[in-house]
Design a protein around this ligand. Structure first.
Ligand code: ADE
Ligand code: ZN
Length: 333
């Protein structure tokens, strides 16, 4: 295994992908042109998304959503995103969907957006074999009251396709406790739970997500490495981390992949998966993530096979879907 084509050929499951964050910049520019929307300076001279740091990244991300205004826009976005993922060998993707951006948290509008996204996802599954499921995600810096509305959208549409509820956004904006009502309500509705933590917040942010929101997965969680007792707790409780190494390096959390704690966490027994987060923002793809991990830590097909199995076990989809995906992993093994 040495070149990008080898890594693209490995079957992958991605558990941490923000739908708008996966929008190719040329797709956003095309929509802006069609709608005659001026997006200001969100692109650099080469046409890539341009941002200074994480907080500026969130602003650019939200600015790009200005052109995503109808269910049809989201159907087109879904096709574009799934084409990129399938080209990287992804057979299953759990994508973060935010009613905040899809219809302004209005339940009726959210259902229309969801219908359009599902239709495009079903077509992509028929055409490319990639399976998508949605995890409704509230945005922390929009505050706990808006999160309640988002949670209600999640609970009302939960089923075999909307399978989870999560929280993204500025980790420093408020405490997980403030969102406990939303997480409790979604858990009672049958949704499985994940939360961004341990990216910009330290180990305490992970403990708070576990204790206050009672999630089974953590988005990022890599800063657990600063507290080895917490690392051992994650391993003992079987908490799964959705690790996005390329995102962490691009946003300046670690200077390069070699300095990323993913290998130390793995060696200490934490259950890990690998994802891209917002791939075009970080010049990443799933195939590139695999290649970087191979180069930095010598990860080989066996380790990538274990990572795929962990992701399959931790996926929020139903047993029948998991069985089908397991067969596709076996064929390769
Ligand atoms: N939203 C999109 N990407 C994110 C990230 N890496 N952290 C928190 N919120 C996000
Ligand atoms: Zn994320």
């Amino acid at each position: 295994m040495s070149d990008a084509a080898d890594f693209a050929a490995l079957p992958k499951l991605e558990l941490h992908l923000h739908h708008e964050g996966a929008a190719p910049p040329e797709f956003i520019r095309r929509l802006a042109g069609e709608k005659k929307v001026d997006l200001g300076g969100i692109f650099d001279e080469r046409g890539h998304y341009a941002y200074e740091d994480f907080w500026h990244f969130l602003k650019v991300y939200e600015a790009a959503t200005e052109v995503l205004k109808t269910p049809e826009d989201y159907a087109r976005l879904t096709t574009a995103v799934l084409e990129e993922s399938a080209a990287s060998g992804v057979i299953y993707t759990e994508t973060f969907l935010s009613p905040d951006f899809c219809g302004g948290r209005d339940l009726g509008a959210w259902k229309e957006y969801l219908h359009a996204i599902r239709e495009a996802a079903d077509k992509a599954e028929r055409d490319m074999g990639i399976v998508m499921r949605g995890v409704v995600t509230c945005i922390r810096h929009f505050g706990p009251d808006k999160a309640k509305e988002t949670a209600l959208c999640a609970a009302e549409t939960h089923g075999d396709w909307i399978t989870g509820f999560g929280i993204a956004g500025d980790e420093k904006a408020s405490n997980p406790k403030d969102f406990a009502w939303s997480f409790d309500m979604c858990r009672e509705a049958g949704l499985q739970l994940t939360a961004h933590a341990g990216e910009w917040g330290g180990p305490q942010s992970i403990k708070d997500a576990l204790d206050d929101l009672k999630v089974t997965r953590i988005g990022h969680g890599v800063r657990a490495i600063e507290d080895l007792e917490l690392v051992d707790r994650l391993a003992e409780e079987g908490i799964v981390l959705e690790v996005c190494p390329g995102s962490n390096v691009a946003l300046g959390l670690y200077p390069n992949t070699q300095c990323h704690p993913i290998e130390m966490l793995r060696e200490r027994g934490v259950k890990l998966t690998v994802s891209t987060d917002d791939p075009p923002f970080f010049h990443s793809t799933m195939a590139k993530e695999y290649e970087a991990l191979h180069r930095a830590f010598g990860w080989d097909e066996e380790i990538f096979g274990q990572i795929a199995q962990t992701a399959l076990d931790a996926a929020f989809c139903d047993a029948a879907t998991k069985e089908k995906l397991a067969k596709r992993l076996e064929i390769r093994a």
